[in-house]
Design a protein around this ligand. Structure first.
Ligand code: DC
Length: 232
């Protein structure tokens, strides 16, 4: 569907609330670009892991920061999948960045101001022509504080862990439900308590708790809000 007045749609919220599923569906319906900013933080985490700057028990933040200029990130549209995949220094890392190992490191990486500045600048450039749906933690508060529509997604941590666990098992990962729940809770804590751009609901964001909503019901609810903003 094409509307002439293109807007920016910011979708923020807790991990595993279905932000990216929702954002992809909205972008597809509107013919907008979809940007998964979590993938960018995950790709930086993969770079840090591969270069031995971070592991389970250490983080050499200074070395990572002084190597930031060696990290090139871009999205490439995959017509078969219908969305863009994350490339790190020319390599498709879309599947590698979804592992539990990366999920356990990414919130620490996302606390670093120099990394956030680099990624936020890149994200703002992607939104210059509007017609974009971007999901993350700071999109409505920091990246696009003037976004026309802001959605803030929540759901109980147990529901979120159940969904993420199923997704990982379906992808062939060897994980336990308890380890996924622990990851969800730890990330919530770090994401909401960090000093730089913590996860908070923007004043003008519409909050949606989808603990008891299906993917289709969540989409319908948000799409009503989209239409109000585009048609008005
Ligand atoms: O959406 P996700 O679970 O793939 O995000 C991974 C991590 O990246 C998340 O724990 C917090 C961080 N993140 C962030 O700090 N800011 C964003 N805009 C997106 C993600």
């Amino acid at each position: 569907m094409e509307f002439s007045n293109k807007i920016i749609i910011a979708i923020d919220g807790y991990s595993s609330t279905g932000k990216s599923t929702l954002a992809k569906k909205i972008a597809k319906k509107l013919g907008y670009i979809y940007v998964d900013t979590g993938a960018m933080y995950r790709a930086v985490s993969l770079y840090a892991l591969q270069n031995d700057f971070i592991s389970k028990d250490k983080f050499d933040k200074n070395s990572l920061v002084s190597n930031l200029h060696n990290i090139e990130l871009h999205f490439q549209y995959n017509p078969e999948l219908g969305y863009s995949e994350m490339f790190l220094n020319g390599k498709n890392v879309e599947s590698e960045i979804r592992s539990l190992e990366i999920s356990n490191l990414v919130s620490t990486i996302a606390t670093v101001t120099e990394i956030r500045q680099k990624l936020v600048e890149q994200q703002q450039k992607m939104g210059i022509n509007k017609g974009i749906v971007m999901d993350g933690r700071d999109i409505g508060t920091v990246v696009f504080p003037n976004a026309k529509l802001k959605i803030f997604m929540t759901a109980s941590s147990e529901k979120r862990a159940q969904r993420r666990y199923k997704e990982m098992i379906d992808n062939g990962e060897n994980v336990t439900y308890e380890s996924v729940l622990e990851n969800v809770n730890t990330r919530d804590y770090i994401d909401t308590n960090r000093n730089d751009s913590p996860l908070i609901k923007a004043k003008d964001a519409i909050e949606i708790d989808n603990s008891e909503l299906s993917v289709v019901e969540t989409f319908e609810k948000v799409y009503q809000q989209v239409l109000r903003k585009i048609v008005l």
